[in-house]
Design a protein around this ligand. Structure first.
Ligand code: GLC
Length: 504
């Protein structure tokens, strides 16, 4: 793999709790993941990104980290994590882990110390009263009172106290945490809530000081050779976004404009152009992301009459046409994999899993659900454990009852059922990733003018990608069909279909 592997990598997101359960307790773990590594190798990805695997009370699916230098016992042990890293590397796959620098867990040693000793509170945001009226991103006040009377700030759940990045100790701590894992071989970090670390009287998003943190982190990463820092940076302003990708800061950042873009040719073209215009001048590769553990699965979102991004669960439960959603998700997958840069695949999207929208309310675990008083269903519906094999739950996920129930209809969507079906979503992903490895990834693209409903572009390798977002079939440009997301009609490209063509 090249020195700058991350510029064009296909990165598979593993939501560990829901990937595969090795010990029968109903929760995914490292043993389950290690046993399924051949599946990931066969799928053809270059790297895995794991959501937080640290000891955690799981108030927010592990994004409430109690100890940054160990592994959650439900997931395994530090020794197992080290063996996992070695095994993945033997398969020539890179490992990216999540680091959560904006907040901790109320169970962390530092927060416990702060609770016990009011003189040891400078690592967090404590004050005698809430100093502003900020709301938690999960709903409710962002301030919670502790015994003794003081209040602390939490932008997310009350179990996630925000660090005070004005404290030099916090800086030292995170540089040391990065080193801890770099020394154990991880190839990079996905930085959670990367733009939120600093707070001021006026706000908390994207304060200039945050860039000093990432300049320093880049120095640390560079000491270890080719390691990568990836920002979770949701910002409306492209100029501000690009600052995180300056040559001495983060390597890449998630493209949330693409993820949240409706299934519409004009919108998609605008987002692709904007993405290229943002990244090209600074030499940073774009990323193409269709989903993750925080958003509605594409099959469900694209099957709705309204495909706008439903921030806050606004469209939860709105009717979705499964056939339409499936067709568009296939077309979107080929589009995202053909664009220049790196691409992310969220576990289960390669199986075409839909959002599970009918989970029993009492089983919902996402704090968004409870903190919104049930108004927001939360993100559990995209976190349901994967179906691997067999005809009934738990579909080979493990031996125990999965922590969230899997729908009956998933019998047709297991990895086993799809492996032998050449037309399956799984085989589309496998084939596309194999072609992508040789002919796509990092580089540039040139638009082809094929009408306003058609997104068509050529890559350096001579491969052309054409997506038809219009209502009826359109003529295809000349070339040999390399791969198509759906059936073609006598030289025409049907609606909601992507084709990859070779110049010959
Ligand atoms: C990020 C994560 C999300 C988490 C939040 C707080 O947005 O992706 O899952 O709830 O940060 O850590």
């Amino acid at each position: 793999m090249s020195q700058t592997w991350w510029r064009g990598a296909a990165i598979y997101q593993v939501y560990l709790r829901s990937f595969a359960d090795g010990n029968g307790d109903g929760v995914g773990d490292l043993a389950g993941l290690r046993a399924r590594l051949p599946y990931l190798k066969d799928l053809g990805i270059d790297a895995v990104w794991l959501n937080p695997w640290y000891p955690s009370p799981m108030a927010d699916g592990g994004y409430d980290v109690a100890d940054y230098r160990d592994i959650e016992p439900v997931f395994g042990t530090l020794g197992e994590a080290e063996r996992f890293i070695a095994e993945v590397h033997e398969l020539d796959i890179k490992v990216i882990i999540d680091v959560v620098p904006n907040h901790s867990s109320t169970e962390s040693a530092w927060f416990q110390e702060a609770l016990a000793n009011p003189a040891a509170r400078e690592r967090f945001w404590f004050s005698d009263e809430p100093v502003n009226d900020w709301q938690s991103i999960f709903g409710g006040s962002a301030w919670t009172q502790v015994p003794g009377g003081q209040w602390y700030l939490h932008l997310f759940a009350p179990e996630q106290p925000d660090f005070n990045w004005a404290s030099p100790e916090v800086h030292r701590e995170f540089e040391d945490v990065l080193r801890f894992w770099f020394e154990r071989g991880v190839d990079g970090f996905r930085i959670d809530s990367a733009a939120l670390l600093y707070k001021s009287d006026t706000g908390y998003e994207d304060l200039d000081e945050v860039h000093d943190v990432y300049r320093r982190w880049r120095e640390v990463a560079d000491e270890y050779g080719e390691r990568v820092l990836i920002g979770e940076v949701w910002l409306p302003d492209q100029e501000r976004f690009a600052r995180y990708l300056r040559p001495d800061e983060l390597h890449t950042a998630f493209n949330f404009d693409f993820l949240s873009c409706p299934w519409d040719p004009a919108d998609l073209r605008r987002v692709i152009d904007l993405t290229l215009a943002t990244h090209t001048p600074i030499g940073a590769p774009p990323t193409w992301v269709l989903s993750n553990h925080d958003v509605t699965r594409p099959v469900t979102r694209y099957g709705r009459a309204d495909t706008t991004f439903e921030h806050g669960g606004r469209l939860h439960g709105a009717p979705s046409d499964p056939e339409l959603g499936h067709r568009r998700a296939r077309a979107a997958a080929l589009l995202s994999m053909a664009l220049p840069g790196s691409v992310y695949v969220y576990q289960g999207d390669e199986l075409g899993l839909p959002e599970v929208e009918n989970l029993p309310d009492e089983l919902r675990q996402d704090p968004m659900y409870a903190r919104s008083g049930g108004a927001n269903p939360g993100r559990d519906g995209c976190r349901v454990p994967l179906p691997w094999s067999g005809d009934e739950p738990p579909y080979g996920f493990g031996t125990g009852a999965p922590w969230l129930p899997q729908p009956e209809s998933w019998r047709k969507l297991t990895a086993e059922a799809q492996r032998t079906d050449l037309g399956s979503m799984l085989n589309l992903y496998r084939t596309a990733l194999a072609i992508r490895r040789d002919r796509l990834g990092d580089g540039t693209m040139t638009w082809l003018p094929l009408g306003e409903n058609v997104l068509a572009f050529t890559r350096e390798s001579g491969l052309t990608c054409v997506t038809n977002l219009g209502p009826g079939p359109v003529p295809m440009p000349a070339g040999e069909v390399v791969l198509a997301s759906g059936p073609l009609e006598d030289g025409a490209l049907p609606s909601d279909t992507t084709v990859w063509l070779s110049a010959g």
